[in-house]
Structure formats: structure tokens, C-alpha cells
Design a protein around this ligand. Structure first.
Ligand code: FES
Length: 82
């Protein structure tokens, strides 16, 4: 954290995703990503760290937001129709 950035005691954001790893880092090849999305379609990546279908959003962020008052949502990658 930058000095003075967080005024609250820091706690883990990740409670379920690949907890056996020292750090959860992912790499996405943009060409592979394009092949996964049909023209006019989208793919949604989880940013709440609660999805059971990690790294994809399974919609559980809605429950998280309702319970905590948070406002997190997915990263949606869209592909234009050609
Ligand atoms: Fe995590 Fe949707 S389930 S952002």
C-alpha cells in the first residue's frame, strides 16, 4: 500500500481462490481470448474473488454486494460483430 492509502486494517480479499499458491497471477493471451468470444459476444472475468468458476464471473458478486454494501462487478470483454 502507498503510505496513507488504507486507513483500515488490511485483511484478505481472497477467501477461496487457489489458496495454496503464494500469489494468484494470471496471464491472458489476447489471441486466445478472441478465439473464445464469438462476434457480438462477451466473456466476463470475476473481480470480487468469490466466483466458484474462477476466473470467470458466476454472478455471485450480486450476493456479495447485497451482504456487504460493496459495488464490485465483472470485467466484461466484448467482441464487436464483424
Ligand atoms: Fe465475481 Fe461476478 S462473480 S465479479
Amino acid at each position: 500500500f502507498r503510505r496513507g492509502y488504507c486507513k483500515h486494517k488490511a485483511g484478505p480479499i481472497n477467501h477461496i481462490i487457489r489458496k495454496d499458491e503464494k500469489k494468484v497471477t494470471d496471464v491472458v493471451d489476447v489471441e486466445d481470448l478472441l478465439s473464445m468470444i464469438k462476434p457480438g459476444g462477451k466473456i466476463s472475468f470475476c473481480r470480487c474473488w468469490k466466483s466458484q468458476d474462477w476466473p470467470y464471473c458466476d454472478g455471485v458478486h450480486k450476493e456479495h454486494n447485497k451482504c456487504t454494501g460493496d459495488n464490485v462487478g465483472a470485467l466484461n470483454i466484448v467482441r464487436k460483430k464483424t
